[in-house]
Every structure is written in structure tokens, then in C-alpha cells.
Design a binder for this molecule. Structure first.
Ligand code: NAD
Length: 351
């Protein structure tokens, strides 16, 4: 066993179908009385329903949240927060709504109550990625970590199957990278393996039956564990590639993770063969082919060319990916990264 350090982040998690009804009581317990409810424009109805459930505890709704947390949207939301004299935020949605809540908390240290509706895992991390003038920067701070998360699977029943699959693979990517993280510890490894197991069972069931509340709950459980390891240990090549393609080539977040995961895992398969053994045990094949076959079996997108990435961008993206590289178990080499990206672009099954 290797030496390790372990930090336990303080946060409260409430889990259960229908548990959004406890939001008012959670606010009461935290002595918060005036919530600004946040969502994307698409989830306006959900935000209104949460606000109506909160009654006078909701003092405003802001439905301008957008992917990659643009700072001009945050400025608008900050002014809505101040005008409403809010004393906390309630974010209902995926990483976009949650990112906006974190961006507000980073600026004014307000309390955050989160109702996640995707599997991206942002709700349990102290990490905030923001975009300003087309450039994405990421910071980590205790103020960013939400205080209370209510995992209510009923709120995920409306998540389209394609988005559920891509988002579930996004969560799995956190777990796969946590297995070989330089600063991994026995607890992060347990959580990563359990998260992968839960999503392996839940995602195929959701594809067959999107309204299956048990499968939806299981997927949220997996996403909690995968998000938790994203927040506690360092990420490597896979996340660096996704940040590059999302931040500089404007590719959709969850789909990019879903497509790249088999390829980045294959890249590290030999260098981290012991650490990745649980992935082989769960998904079979070699690390990359097992993950690829699982993704294909649940109808995930498999090729970057299908989500708007052009082959002329492979070279520039490979060059950007090796600038300020994250720690990775295998040396990151530009030519090899270009091969990885070409395979992911074409959707080739890793050997
Ligand atoms: P998202 O929040 O952008 O959601 C995608 C779309 O699906 C949106 O239109 C949203 O309104 C809709 N949607 C979400 N849940 C729904 C539901 N249950 N029913 C119907 N529609 C629903 O997507 P995401 O993948 O969850 O989040 C991506 C963002 O989160 C990116 O900006 C990414 O950088 C960030 N993120 C951050 C972290 C972190 O730790 N900081 C972790 C993961 C993701």
C-alpha cells in the first residue's frame, strides 16, 4: 500500500426520490430564509416548481445559466441576487446551473443548496470553471464547495436518454482517472470502483426504461461517488483533453467526455495496469476496448467528428493539450496525443 493523505470535505447529502420536499427544512436548519433559484432557460419550469414549493423562502428566479459559466452571466445573476436580497442560492440542474451557483458563492461566499439533475458530479466538488472572452480558467477553493446536496432521482426522469448516457460516462471518466491519480487514497479508490459499478448497472437499464426510478436512483448514487473523487484527487490526461476540446473548440461537455474516455484510458492502460485492473474486471476486454464496447452498447456517441470536431483541428488540439500538462501516469507526447485524437475523431475501437 502506498502512503497517502486524506481530506474529508464537509458537506451534507440528502438522498431519496422525492427528497426535494425537504429543501425548505434544509434551508431552515442552515438558518437561510431567502433563496435565489438558478437554472438554465431549458429548466425554467423546474425552477418555478421549486420556487413555488419554497413559497416565501424563494425571493427570485434566475434562469440564464449557461455551459462553461460565462462571467457576464454570473454578473447578471449577482445583480439579481443583490436586488432580491437573497441569503443563499438553490441551483436546480446539471453542471451549468450548479456552476453558476458556485460562481456566485466564490464571489460572495453565500450558501448553496443543490438539486442535481444530471450525472456530471459538479455538486460535490470545490472546483469552478469559468469562461471569460472565450478562455476557460479553473479554480479550486473551499467557498466553491456547495453546503447541501439533495439527490432526488425524480428530477432526473426528464433527462433525455442520450444526455443520460453521455452524462453517466462523464461521471465514469472521473472515476477512471481517480483510480490512477497520483494523490489517490484507499477511500477514493473504493468510491471510484463503487461509482463505476453503479453506473455500469444503471445506464443500460435507463436506456431500456428511462422512467425506471430505481435505475435513476442508482445512477445518481454512482454520480455522487464519481463526483466526489473528482473533487478529492487530481485528474490527468483525460480531463486535460476534455478541457482543451470543450474550452477552445466549443465541443459539448458530456459527449466529449463520453467519446474520449476509452481512448484516454487506453493511452494509460499499460502505465497504470494495476490501478486500472477494476475497469478490466468490470467491463472486460482491454481497458480501452471494454469501455468502448460498453459505451457502444448503450448508444453513446463514439466519434468526435459526429459532434463538430474537424480533423484539421487535431494538430492544434494536440499541441494545446501538451501545454501545461496535468500529471499523468504515462508521459504525454504530442505525436501520440495526435494519434489518440485521430482515433477518437474517427470513432475507432481502441485495441
Ligand atoms: P448542463 O447542465 O449544461 O445540462 C445540459 C442540458 O440539459 C441543459 O439544457 C439542461 O437544462 C438540460 N437538463 C439538465 N438536466 C435535465 C433534466 N433532468 N431534464 C431535462 N433537461 C435537463 O450539462 P452538464 O453536463 O450537467 O454540465 C456541464 C457543465 O458542468 C460544463 O460547464 C462543465 O464544465 C461543468 N462541470 C463542472 C464540474 C466541476 O466540478 N466544476 C464537474 C462536471 C461538469
Amino acid at each position: 500500500m502506498q502512503d497517502f493523505a486524506f481530506t474529508q470535505n464537509q458537506m451534507r447529502v440528502v438522498f431519496g426520490a422525492g427528497c426535494r420536499s425537504q429543501l425548505g427544512a434544509e434551508m431552515e436548519q442552515a438558518a437561510r430564509r431567502r433563496a435565489l433559484v438558478l437554472a438554465t432557460p431549458f429548466q425554467k419550469g423546474m425552477a418555478e416548481s421549486i420556487a413555488s414549493q419554497l413559497g416565501t423562502r424563494a425571493v427570485g428566479i434566475f434562469v440564464g445559466a449557461a455551459m462553461h459559466t460565462p462571467v457576464d452571466v454570473t454578473a447578471e445573476a449577482m445583480s439579481a441576487f443583490n436586488v432580491a436580497e437573497a441569503d443563499c442560492v438553490v441551483a436546480v440542474g446539471g453542471g451549468s446551473a450548479i456552476g453558476l451557483g458556485k460562481a456566485i458563492a466564490w464571489r460572495n461566499n453565500t450558501a448553496q443548496f443543490i438539486l442535481p439533475t444530471t450525472y456530471a458530479g459538479s455538486e460535490v466538488t470545490p472546483i469552478l470553471g469559468e469562461t471569460d472572452g472565450g478562455r476557460k480558467s479553473t479554480r479550486r477553493d473551499y467557498r466553491i464547495q456547495p453546503e447541501v446536496v439533495l439527490y432526488d432521482a425524480e428530477l432526473t426522469l426528464s433527462l433525455p436518454v442520450a444526455m443520460s448516457v453521455a452524462s453517466g460516462l462523464n461521471a465514469m471518466a472521473h472515476a477512471v482517472e481517480a483510480l490512477y491519480a497520483q494523490d489517490r487514497n484507499p477511500i477514493s479508490t473504493l468510491q471510484a470502483v463503487e461509482g463505476l459499478k453503479a453506473l455500469k448497472v444503471a445506464l443500460p437499464r435507463i436506456v431500456l426504461s428511462p422512467k425506471d426510478i430505481t435505475a435513476r436512483s442508482h445512477a445518481l448514487y454512482g454520480s455522487w461517488l464519481c463526483g466526489t473523487v473528482l473533487g478529492t484527487v487530481g485528474m490527468a490526461l483525460h480531463h486535460k483533453l476534455c478541457h482543451t476540446l470543450g474550452g477552445s473548440f466549443d465541443l459539448p461537455h458530456a459527449e466529449t467526455h463520453a467519446i474520449l474516455l476509452p481512448h484516454s484510458a487506453a493511452y494509460n492502460a499499460e502505465a497504470a495496469s494495476d490501478e486500472l485492473r477494476p475497469v478490466v474486471d468490470l467491463f472486460g476486454g482491454s481497458v480501452g476496448s471494454g469501455l468502448y464496447d460498453f459505451a457502444a452498447s448503450i448508444g453513446a456517441p463514439l466519434a468526435l467528428k459526429d459532434i463538430g470536431f474537424v480533423d484539421a483541428a487535431i494538430g492544434p488540439a494536440a499541441m494545446m493539450a501538451i501545454e501545461n500538462p496535468y500529471w499523468n501516469p504515462r508521459t504525454i507526447e504530442q505525436g501520440e496525443i495526435a494519434v489518440l485524437l485521430r482515433n477518437a475523431w474517427a470513432g475507432t475501437r481502441p485495441r
